[in-house]
Design a protein around this ligand. Structure first.
Ligand code: SAH
Length: 220
């Protein structure tokens, strides 16, 4: 087992070599990645690889995203610190722990109870008290706490889930990977301003499928 110091050093290398070097320099964003112990969000047998430049399996066919992709998606939300935000696809809880440091209140929805429960426990242990983990189909959003200034979807959908747009505050941002019929995925940034939605393609990405009513349904 590696010591805490080794993980600290690896984390610093991750921030410099994977995030900062690729052009993300916001000090608050980088500080969040320096602080969150990513190795606790991966299975014990993968801890040595926790700070590698790759996604990792977290069980049940799901993955924790590559650190840079978590950073890129987070940066697109341009958080100032007091916003209420929604994440769809809690998975390990890592993205939620990052958001906890950059936003005021985080709601995160996970469809698999086997992942929602341990993620909630870990986030509690790490004192991420502004994170609320909900079990359910996040493709319909989480209307109870809407509207959100930022919404981030960490699974790929066949189209932008419409309920998420209705839960966006004016001036809000939605970051979502959308899969084309040809099978490739594009990370989209949608902005709501004065009742109008503007769309921007940000990057080519690779995510697990979004299930549920506004995702791929039960299959896939
Ligand atoms: N953000 C996660 C990565 C998640 S992988 C992290 O930081 O670790 C995508 C997750 O989305 C998986 O856990 C999957 O079970 C979940 N998911 C898929 N469809 C969903 C849906 N409709 N609602 C909520 N979660 C969903």
């Amino acid at each position: 087992m590696k010591s805490v110091d080794v993980f600290l050093a690896e984390r610093h290398r991750m921030v410099e070599g994977q995030i900062s070097r690729r052009g993300l320099h916001d000090p608050r964003l980088l500080a969040a990645f320096e602080e969150v112990p990513r190795h606790l969000f991966v299975p014990v047998e993968s801890r040595a690889a926790a700070y590698n430049d790759t996604p990792l399996a977290i069980g049940f066919g799901q993955t924790i995203s590559q650190p840079y992709i978590v950073a890129l998606m987070t940066s697109l939300m341009e958080l100032q610190g007091d916003e209420r935000v929604l994440e769809v696809g809690t998975g390990s809880g890592y993205q939620a722990a990052i958001l906890a440091r950059l936003a005021g209140e985080v709601h995160t929805v996970e469809i698999l109870p086997e992942l929602a429960a341990p993620a909630a426990l870990l986030l509690q242990e790490l004192h991420c008290d502004n994170v609320h983990v909900h079990e359910g189909d996040g493709s319909i959003g989480w209307p109870e706490a809407a509207p959100y200034v930022g919404i981030i979807v960490t699974a790929a959908s066949p189209a932008v889930p419409q309920p998420l747009l209705t839960q966006l505050a004016d001036g809000g941002r939605l970051v979502v990977p959308v899969e084309s019929r040809a099978g490739y995925q594009l990370l989209m940034l949608l902005r709501l301003g004065g009742g109008e939605i503007t769309e921007q393609v940000v990057a080519s990405v690779c995510f697990v499928p979004l299930r549920g009513a506004y995702g791929w349904g039960r299959g896939r």
